[in-house]
Write a protein that binds this ligand. Structure first.
Ligand SMILES: [Zn+2]
Length: 105
């Protein structure tokens, strides 16, 4: 990440930002996930990537349904071929799963 954040900054239920200090070397305070180690095994990393990919796809489908995608231009920094990127991520996850299964045998 490279930069130090002064505050945790997580959105609070009252609509503000969390003003606690983040844990050392982290971006969030301990109440907002700063103590989390994240996924620690390759399986865990793939699980979270898979969830992220599903979320992106759902968002993408929703935007397409509502016709938001080409109104007012494409959002800055958003890859244009999201379909392909999602498919690629799925492929990667599936192939790694396959590899791991093969190694266990
Ligand atoms: Zn916080």
């Amino acid at each position: 990440m490279g930069y130090e954040q002064l505050f945790c900054g997580a959105r609070t239920r009252s609509g503000g930002r969390c003003l606690r200090y983040p844990l050392e070397g982290k971006r969030r305070c301990k109440l907002h996930g700063g103590a989390s180690t994240g996924p620690r095994t390759p399986e865990g990393r793939d699980n979270s990537l898979s969830t992220l990919t599903n979320g992106h796809q759902q968002w993408y489908e929703r935007m397409k349904e509502r016709g938001y995608l080409f109104r007012g231009g494409w959002p800055k920094g958003m890859p244009r071929c999201l379909d392909r990127i999602i498919a690629k991520a799925r492929e990667l996850i599936a192939s790694r799963k396959h590899e791991r299964a093969a190694r266990k045998e």
